[in-house]
Ligand binder design. Structure first.
Ligand code: ADP
Ligand code: MG
Length: 715
């Protein structure tokens, strides 16, 4: 490419306005999507490429498929009746004609096209009197960019209404970026040629050129690989730095098991599994190390995390230091509290439960006892930290369902000047690629062995018509003194959301067909199907005491059936329950189903899980089939990640924590591992990134990830 010598060269951090084709007006529109500099522009990546191979001939289009066609505008105009106007563009390639139709935004769209324009259209092929696409995606092409004629691959850019209003469509982006490279010699690479060689990466300038102006398919891959690598690298670098800064903090030592642990050991009704023993050793090593513990304990539902948590707590309490156990919901906090109470019944360990529903007087007493150091262990929800609860000497925080309490929140605690040991527990099997991206700063312990007293749970996907069979089976189990769960989904109540109790505050019943279905299902079961048994009903809008009463009734076996919305998911532990029926199972994520299923078969008799596929069709049946095939939480989580992406697994906040442009957590496993190695190697060798060859890494880190650096308490 020949540089334009009439103008001075561009530098990456020049304002974007200096690029040919961008004046102050367009610069303003670009600023809205975060593009301020030339470099920002280069990091505005194509959303798709148009190449010869994925362009369909109109005559080959099949109804119902997504397709891209490349054609000339043959005619256009407003059609329809006054009530229902629409704008239609008729396009032709050599093979046939296709109508593209817009019902909205007619005013805007009708100014876009002129007869004779070459345009790429992308959309779903439909048939209504003739072949058509409704509201297709489109891009005007330059004559010389016709990929059919030139074999060139044409990038298509993501657009917003704001950009388009200022004429910044794909065609403009292509021109502008082209113009940019005419005056820009290179972009400084933060990696040395040596690192590039080690990880088979093209250099940055080449990658940034090729991602916008690819020579061929192969280059798209190489460029994409490099840019993904970079994104993961900086995330991993943050993790590496955080790990290092944590390691530098003095951690309080708890070298002895102490008296309380011994008491608990003696009173346990079972022997610890080998996995539990191993994890305890890992925890003890942290306690002895003089460094802060920052450990993630992963174990399937029922793998026995509670007793591990209690033992860790007991070590700390034995030294007269305090422990806070934080759960994502009140139900779960109560459950933990009860479990601790039971396990520590014969032990000298003063503990309390503190949630939003704790009565005022009791609450005041608990706060008093915490400040005075009379209480050694408190179980509660987020409120434990949000409010000004003062501990005399908080030394360990145990966090349940870790994904709701991520790196960012941990960072905030430290901002408050509290440096306790952290043991995070999760029953959500986190695929390894996600774990090292979101929890890459933590050590991981695995409870990969189930206590031996559990039976096998068989799973079956059933259709609506098989309802009677299910009821028959439930009846026979209940006849033998067993209990059953029936679970309904609730719309708007994602179990992964940051505020899982949202349904308690907002009235979802009107908007939520499944809330109604749960209620109707409950009434049906209670009055029609099982009038001779007791059926309980639990939902997210219930208040504390009401909820408690229902749970009590089920736990004490007074009720044989518990109908509920997903609130039981991370909730209750009833060893006597052997049947789980999940209604509208197609609405659930696999990981969620896995956790639900973990609620049954806790006794030696095993259990049966029925996943009722109501209108999910074959697609859902196939997905649910994974549940039938395996009970391996990690395998299920991996499938979930592939099918639904990480946003579903993690609360929005965590997801938003790292904005990934190019990276795809579901498929980037090998890249993530390589990037992690590169990042951790760097921090080992040059933690402050002071060597000349690492300065550009440091600059980019500070420039692009400043907010995260401060959240993470890394400076
Ligand atoms: P998790 O929290 O990992 O889902 P829990 O800690 O609630 O699992 O344990 C599930 C059940 O298994 C509890 O009833 C618990 O008492 C029991 N349990 C835990 N560890 C063992 C063990 N080593 N042997 C037998 N039963 C155990
Ligand atoms: Mg548990």
């Amino acid at each position: 490419m020949v540089n334009d010598l009439t103008k001075p060269p561009l530098r990456p951090n020049d304002a974007v306005q200096y690029v040919k084709g961008i004046g102050p007006v367009r610069a303003e529109a670009l600023e809205e999507v975060g593009i301020r500099t030339v470099e920002d522009l280069l990091y505005y990546f194509p959303r798709r490429y148009l190449d010869r191979r994925n362009i369909a001939l109109i005559s080959d289009l099949k109804i119902g498929e997504q397709a891209t066609v490349l054609a000339r505008v043959a005619g256009q105009g407003i059609k329809g009746t006054r009530q229902r106007k629409y704008f239609q563009v008729t396009i032709t390639d050599d093979s046939g004609t296709l109508a593209c139709v817009w019902f909205r935004g007619i005013e805007w769209i009708q100014k876009r096209f002129r007869v004779g324009d070459r345009v790429a259209f992308h959309g779903k092929v439909e048939y209504y009197r003739h072949l058509q696409m409704v509201h297709p995606d489109f891009d005007l092409l330059e004559e010389e960019e016709d990929p059919l004629n030139t074999g060139k691959i044409v990038p298509l850019y993501p657009g917003t209404a704001g950009l388009k209003a200022k004429g910044l469509d794909s065609r403009r982006f292509r021109r502008v970026i082209h113009a940019c490279w005419e005056r820009l010699a290179s972009v400084p690479d933060h990696f040395t040629p040596q690192v590039c060689r080690q990880f088979s990466l093209p250099d940055l300038t080449e990658a940034l050129k090729q991602v916008h102006m690819p020579d061929d398919e192969e280059w798209i891959k190489r460029a994409t690989h490099r840019l993904k690598f970079d994104e993961h690298f900086f995330l991993q670098l943050l993790m590496a730095l955080r790990r290092r800064s944590l390691a530098a903090l003095p951690g309080r030592k708890f070298p002895h098991l102490g008296p309380i642990v011994e008491q608990i050991y003696r009173s346990l009704p079972f022997k610890l599994t080998e996995a539990q023993v191993r994890v305890m050793r890992e925890v003890r090593a942290d306690f002895k190390s003089g460094r802060m513990m920052n450990r993630l304990l992963q174990g399937d539902v029922g793998s026995g995390k509670t007793v591990v948590a209690l033992l860790a707590a007991a070590i700390v309490a034995g030294e007269q230091a305090q422990v806070a156990v934080m759960a994502p919901t009140e139900i779960l906090a109560e459950q933990h509290f009860r479990a601790f109470q039971t396990l520590a019944a014969k032990v000298d360990l003063p503990l309390a439960l503190l949630t939003g529903s704790t009565p005022k007087a009791e609450r005041a007493a608990i706060l008093d006892d915490l400040t005075a150091g009379r209480l050694m262990l408190v179980v509660g929800t987020h409120a434990l930290f949000q409010e000004s609860v003062a501990f005399r000497d908080l030394a360990l925080i145990i966090v349940d369902e870790q994904h709701r309490f991520g790196v960012v929140q941990r960072g905030r605690l430290m901002e408050k000047g509290v440096y306790p040991h952290v043991l995070a527990m999760t029953a959500t099997p986190i695929p390894r690629t996600l774990a090292i991206t979101y929890h890459g700063d933590m050590d991981v312990s695995l409870l990969d062995e189930m206590p031996g007293n559990r039976g096998k749970v068989t799973t079956q996907v059933v259709e609506t018509e098989q309802q009677d069979e299910i009821y028959g089976y439930m009846r026979s189990e209940m006849g033998q003194g067993r209990q059953c769960f029936v679970v309904y989904p609730v719309i708007g109540e994602s179990v992964w959301s940051e505020t899982p109790d949202r349904s308690e505050t907002g009235d979802l019943s009107r908007r939520d067909p499944f809330g109604k279905a749960a209620k109707a299902g409950f009434i049906q079961l209670r009055d029609k199907v099982f009038p001779d048994f007791k059926v309980g009903y639990l939902h997210g809008r219930m208040k504390g005491p009401e909820k408690d009463a229902v749970m009590e009734a089920f736990q004490s076996r007074e009720a044989q059936v518990l109908v509920s919305t997903t609130v039981i998911e991370v909730g209750i532990d009833v060893a006597n329950a052997t049947v789980m029926v999940v209604e509208n199972a197609e609405r659930f994520g696999l990981t969620q189903l896995h956790q639900l299923r973990g609620r049954i078969g806790r006794g030696p008799g095993g259990g049966r899980c029925f996943l009722v596929n109501r209108g999910g069709g074959e697609e859902a049946a196939r997905r649910l089939g994974i549940m039938v095939r395996t009970s391996d939480g990690f395998e299920i989580a991996d499938e979930d990640l592939k099918l639904r992406g990480p946003g579903e697994l993690f609360g929005e906040r965590q997801h938003g924590f790292a904005k990934l442009h190019m990276a795809d957590l579901a498929s980037d496993g090998p890249i993530i591992r390589a990037a992690r190695q590169a990042a951790f190697d760097l921090v080992d060798e040059d933690p402050n990134m002071q060597k000349p060859e690492n300065r550009e890494i440091r600059r980019r880190l500070v420039h692009n990830y400043q907010h995260m650096l401060s959240h993470l308490g890394v400076s």
